[in-house]
Design a protein around this ligand. Structure first.
Ligand SMILES: [Zn+2]
Length: 342
């Protein structure tokens, strides 16, 4: 890893067209059985290659082996019926067809561990693996059993912890929990959401991260953002709890958003993955635009703790746009590294 400003993505990258139709969420697989398994591994190789060519320092799996960042994990748990789905409103924002909790949830087998072992064999660079956070999982299904968001989050946290320990043993360097729901349900975050996340990281010795954002660049999210006013101060409600937690790294949306940069000060001392690439636009940032965002962030994050990143996952973007953005992120970080070296 370069000494300072190691770059990474939040997690997802577009899938190859032969694996799943691009530019949509919950895109169905085009292959089946053994062919699907092989296709997923080939996609992991391609996404690794694209990250390496772009000069990304911390490699992610590009979420090539999962249909969706939350539901794929849930579908691997017992106690959940993923055939008879229900429509629920996610983050009070948009309808989605989601699995239903019918009984006690448990992780009877690993979900991503084999994929992580496969990726680990392909590269010596540090690997980051994203898992959904407990609160975001609770918010992405219908609970017909526990009837308590807090209780269900606790059960999910136990299952996530089992998975995280095995991912760590498989050689994953950073385990990240995606918690976009933290930006919506502040009271619950401070009441039980952060505690559930702490349960999920219990006993881990690898680095841990939480990603809190304003969502993919899909219409329901961009419409919601329009209602948030001239300053987005959601982080102000939750970062104090994150600051007190044992989480090592905080991944935040910064570029092209209305988040006041000084809110990053609330997690001073933590490592911060600063979102310097907007995933809600097809316009590819120039390296100088990326550098400008990182420069602003440096007022509130010490250089050794600054990890240039994307605002969120890039799954819904076209492959060309995503790869252009990866290169811009690297080039922008290189500008700042040079400035810091002077
Ligand atoms: Zn995100």
């Amino acid at each position: 890893m370069k000494n300072i400003l190691p770059t990474s993505t939040v997690g997802s990258l577009p899938k190859p067209v032969w694996l799943a139709p691009p530019e949509k969420l919950w895109s169905p697989w085009k292959l089946e059985g053994d062919q699907l398994l092989e296709g997923k591994q080939d996609a992991l190789r391609v996404s690794l290659h694209e990250q390496q060519v772009a000069g990304i320092d911390i490699i992610s799996d590009g979420e090539q082996t999962r249909q969706h960042f939350v539901t794929t994990f849930i579908e691997h748990l017992s106690g959940v019926d993923f055939e008879n789905r229900k429509i629920v409103k996610i983050r009070d924002r948009y309808d989605a067809s989601v699995p239903v909790v019918m009984g006690d949830v448990a992780r009877e087998k690993s979900v991503f561990v084999e994929d992580a072992k496969f990726l680990r064999k392909q590269t010596n660079k540090p690997i980051k693996w994203a898992l959904p956070g407990p609160m975001t999982m609770v918010d992405t299904l219908y609970d017909g059993h526990y009837k308590s968001r807090e209780k269900l989050a606790w059960e999910f946290a136990k299952a996530l912890n089992e998975e995280a320990r095995e991912l760590q043993d498989a050689g994953v360097d950073i385990i990240q929990f995606d918690e976009p729901a933290f930006n919506v349900f502040f009271e619950e975050v401070n009441d039980w959401g952060m505690a559930a996340l702490e349960r999920a990281i219990e006993g881990l010795h690898c680095q841990t991260a939480v990603h809190i954002c304003y969502g993919y660049g899909i219409k329901a999210n961009t419409d919601w953002k329009k209602t948030l006013g001239s300053e987005w101060r959601q982080y102000e409600e939750i970062l104090p709890s994150v600051q007190k937690s044992n989480i090592d790294i905080v991944s935040l949306e910064c570029h092209g958003s209305r988040v006041p940069f000084n809110l990053i000060e609330l997690v001073r001392g933590k490592k911060v993955m600063v979102g310097a690439i907007d995933v809600a636009t097809n316009t590819i940032e120039t390296p100088e635009e990326v550098a400008a965002t990182l420069r602003k962030a440096l007022e509130y994050v010490d250089a050794e703790n600054l990890y240039p990143c994307t605002n969120c996952g890039m799954a819904p973007l076209s492959r060309n746009v995503a790869s252009g953005k990866l290169s811009a992120l690297s080039a922008g970080a290189a500008i700042i590294r040079k400035e810091l070296a002077v």
